[in-house]
Design a protein around this ligand. Structure first.
Ligand code: 5GP
Ligand code: MN
Length: 317
């Protein structure tokens, strides 16, 4: 599939690059690395995300080119849809983007339904960034520090700082090559993990009060209500990473972060240890993801939503 994608790159001129709503480190790092790769080849590229770049990712080289309004789709020969298991994951622009003549999907979610004919899919890849690295290699590009920094950030964040089950030999070998090409691990980690706004810590203090353990201590969960965000003066993106906390408790096998999007509508971020599969749980509610990290959205009162999810976790055993 990679030779087919490089052919399409060579034969076209204008490219749209996009990824899922509420972009994370893998989405942004992959988009921006690909942006630098295409422009290095003399192509015109536009990076579009529905949502703004979270503050702790604004140091990534190239973030200033990202637009949050979708340009007229006639402007593009090709659309790259990154880190998305379905086209709808890009958000509001999905129906417009669908009209672009040639779509290419690059993704590593187990739940990818194959919405795109030209697709570089590998559920064993640590991150979409790893797949973009493979594409860069086959394009015989010299990796610049800008590309390397973005790809390193993608690998780092999707592996939870090189800790999760997707921290494979290939992932670590590639990380080494990225450092060789100019990525600076300490600087990147400090920007992502040690530039926390004070309001985020204040928000966490409130959210920790909601911690509860269910199913004999196997499931830990926390809740972020809009009111808590307002009280702490926090942005929605500040909850990034909270979902990992209940999982760190001894005996907890799965964690859930319920984030209130609007009245009676919640985004669930699920995380698990070992072989406990939260992707199957998320899929039951129309979401998806990976074995140890998945998400979905559910409408209903919090107590009902929680009961439904716990019942599903119990049923899936
Ligand atoms: P997060 O909890 O960090 O938003 O997402 C964890 C993983 O699940 C990510 O790989 C993300 O792409 C996926 N994911 C989150 N929400 C959804 C959703 O609503 N639908 C699908 N298909 N995947 C999701
Ligand atoms: Mn990813």
């Amino acid at each position: 599939m990679i030779p087919r994608i490089t052919d399409i790159i060579n034969q076209n001129r204008t490219f749209l690059i996009t990824a899922h709503e509420r972009p994370d480190g893998d989405a942004l790092g992959s988009e921006l690395a690909l942006y630098h790769m295409l422009t290095a080849r003399g192509k015109t590229a536009t990076v579009y995300n529905q949502d703004q770049t979270p503050g702790h990712y604004r140091f990534l080289p190239g973030t200033s080119v990202i637009v949050n309004e979708l340009p007229a789709t006639e402007c593009f020969d090709v659309a790259f849809i990154l880190d998305c298991s379905e086209l709808e994951r890009v958000g509001r622009g999905a129906d417009q983007i669908r009209k672009i003549r040639q779509m290419i999907n690059i993704d590593h979610h187990v739940s990818n339904g194959g919405f795109c004919e030209v697709a570089l899919l590998d559920a064993c890849a640590s991150s979409t960034g790893e797949l973009i690295y493979r594409l860069a290699e086959s394009m015989a590009l010299t990796l610049t520090p800008e590309m390397a920094t973005n790809l390193y950030a993608a690998l780092l964040t999707d592996t939870g700082g090189f800790r999760y089950g997707n921290t494979t030999r290939d992932c670590l070998l590639i990380a080494g090559r990225l450092v060789e090409a100019g990525a600076r691990p300490q600087w990147i980690s400090e920007n992502i993990y040690e530039s926390t706004p004070l309001a985020k810590i204040r928000l966490l203090a409130g959210v920790l009060e909601t911690l509860s353990l269910d199913l004999n201590g196997k499931v830990g969960s926390m809740v972020v209500m809009q009111e808590a965000l307002a009280k702490a003066g926090a942005l929605p993106e500040y909850t990034d990473g909270f979902e990992d906390l209940p999982r760190t408790i001894m005996g907890v096998e799965a964690s859930i972060l319920f984030s209130e999007l609007e009245a009676d509508y919640y985004k669930l971020s699920l995380r698990s240890k070992g072989s406990f599969n939260v992707e199957r749980v998320a899929r039951k509610f129309g979401g998806g993801g990976h074995v140890n990290a998945a998400g979905c959205r559910i409408r209903g009162e919090l107590s009902t939503v929680k009961r439904l999810v716990l019942a599903e976790i119990e049923a899936l055993g």
